[in-house]
Design a protein around this ligand. Structure first.
Ligand SMILES: O=C(O)COP(=O)(O)O
Ligand SMILES: [Mg+2]
Length: 224
């Protein structure tokens, strides 16, 4: 990449926000309704990143009552109703995120590409004061495909008018890297998220330990 990116696409859970505690609260309320035992935070970290239906599927398998595939959509709807009824913790934004995004946005259009369902994504963005920063927001149910499919990234780039070769995807897990590569983007991963495998093995172009290191990583990519 010979210049600063034409656009930056961001993952949400594990990259911009430490959403696992709020997700755990919602999942445990659902399990309580079903008279099932609670999950702990370490389990939820392992279950986030592939969208709400997969979160619910993994949860019920973990507590010993695997769901019939036909019952996953209704159970997911119930989970999302609970999750959306809970106020998102404004303190869940990772350090450095708000200031860095505000500064990047002055010169580069930003988009959010998450596997979290779109309506809940907008609600959380409002609750944490990050709404208005993103020119495009693509959720896990916005399109028929979700990450690791490149479709949501291509959709966001089309909305931003940005060429993939000049766009950077910033995420925390394998889905972000796979989707970013398939879409033709460069990829930066944060090392503090919910990766489910060693971050060094994700295959990102750059790793950042802290969100405020992102502009330097972008500048470093631009020198290549
Ligand atoms: O799995 C989810 O619901 C969201 O995960 P993501 O924001 O990391 O894509
Ligand atoms: Mg993530």
């Amino acid at each position: 990449m010979s210049a600063l990116p034409a656009a930056i696409l961001f993952d949400f859970d594990g990259t911009l926000i430490d959403s696992a505690p709020d997700i755990l609260t919602g999942i445990n309320l659902l399990l309580d309704e079903e008279n099932l035992p609670k999950l702990d935070l370490a389990q939820v970290h392992q279950f986030i990143g592939d969208g709400a239906p997969m979160l619910v599927t993994r949860t019920f398998a973990a507590v010993g009552r695997p769901l019939d595939p036909d019952s996953v959509p209704a159970m997911t709807d119930r989970y999302m109703a609970i999750y959306e009824s809970l106020p998102a913790d404004p303190g869940c934004v990772f350090p450095g995120v708000a200031g860095t995004l505000a500064s990047l946005r002055e010169s580069i259009p930003l988009a959010l590409v998450t596997n979290k369902p779109e309506r809940a994504t907008h609600a959380v963005l409002r609750a944490i004061g990050l709404d208005g920063l993103f020119t495009a927001v693509v959720g896990g149910d916005t399109l028929p495909t979700r990450k690791p499919h490149p479709g949501p990234l291509l959709h966001a780039m089309a909305q931003l008018g940005a060429a993939p070769a000049r766009t950077v995807m910033v995420g925390d897990g394998a889905n972000d890297v796979t989707a970013g590569r398939a879409a033709g983007c460069r990829v930066v991963c944060v090392t503090y998220g919910y990766p489910r495998m060693p971050v060094e093995e994700l295959g990102a172009d750059r790793l950042v330990d802290h969100f405020h290191d992102l502009p330097a990583a972008l500048a470093d990519l631009a020198l290549q």
